[in-house]
Design a binder for this molecule. Structure first.
Ligand SMILES: Cc1cc2nc3c(=O)[nH]c(=O)nc-3n(C[C@H](O)[C@H](O)[C@H](O)COP(=O)(O)OP(=O)(O)OC[C@H]3O[C@@H](n4cnc5c(N)ncnc54)[C@H](O)[C@@H]3O)c2cc1C
Length: 223
């Protein structure tokens, strides 16, 4: 986790709408104003009258008219709460895009991908799936219950595996790392890991142990 108090100039964007997905998760849709980004990148967001900004992966596909982020309102969190209180037409401060959690064009056409995300760590993979319809991927989404699978219909059904720790209605009962241990990955796979650092460290070790070279492992740590 990193939190930014921005010293750069930021640009003002307008809230289009907020879509609640669960009690604590929502999609914040902004007017895009032509912002260019690469799938997998993130932006920094803050509200107009508050100096704090936080990073959010872009959730919406690259060709979408809007810019969306998937946010979990963190208990006792600061910015994730302020963003949820915004209403259509209000301004947000935005900086970016930033980051290198992207897929180069050659790999996109030649490689198979494994995406592993916990919670809102599904966000960059939602952007990949919508932006690159030809991509050969499997996505493992680790959450507690089925309702936290957010907008899973954005993924091709046979490519999305819900790994649920407290619910039997998913594709797998257990953590994403349990799934990885039980379903070894082909060493030529490109693996993208996103979410909390404990999952990322554990998944990294498992995948290295299964013969995936370190230069085919990519990580985006949220907290
Ligand atoms: C590159 C990057 C991309 C990110 N993308 C997203 C994204 O797409 N969606 C998203 O919801 N968050 C994302 N985050 C996390 C986000 O930047 C904030 O940390 C989060 O919204 C909490 O901010 P806050 O001001 O509400 O909480 P703070 O007041 O900063 O307090 C946060 C506390 O909650 C913990 N925390 C942070 N995030 C979570 C979480 N998801 N679940 C449980 N505890 C948490 C922190 O470790 C800290 O202890 C990303 C982080 C990074 C570094």
């Amino acid at each position: 986790m990193s939190s930014i108090i921005s010293t750069r100039d930021t640009t003002s964007y307008t809230v289009h709408s907020i879509r609640d997905l669960t009690e604590s998760a929502y999609v914040l849709r902004l007017d895009r104003h032509g912002l260019q980004f690469e799938p997998g990148q993130y932006i920094s967001l803050g509200v107009a009258d508050d100096i704090n900004m936080r990073e959010y992966s872009v959730y919406s596909p690259v060709h979408s008219d809007f810019l969306e982020v998937l946010v979990k309102e963190v208990k006792h969190g600061h910015v994730s709460k302020l963003l949820r209180r915004l209403t259509p037409g209000q301004a947000v401060r935005l900086d970016g895009p930033f980051g290198f959690f992207t897929i180069d064009e050659q790999a996109r056409h030649e490689r198979s991908f494994l995406f592993v995300g916990t919670g809102t760590g599904i966000s960059p993979f939602h952007c990949f799936a919508g932006s690159y319809p030809e991509l050969d991927y499997t996505v493992l989404h680790g959450v507690r219950t089925l309702d936290e699978c957010y907008e899973r219909e954005a993924f091709e059904p046979d490519r999305y595996k819900a790994c649920l720790t407290r619910d039997d209605r998913g594709d797998f009962r257990g953590r994403v790392t349990d799934y990885l241990r039980e379903h070894p990955v082909a060493p030529e796979t490109y693996c993208y890991l996103c979410g909390n650092c404990d999952m990322i460290y554990e998944a990294f070790d498992i995948l290295i142990g299964q013969g995936v070279p370190a230069d085919q492992l990519f990580a985006e740590v949220y907290f």
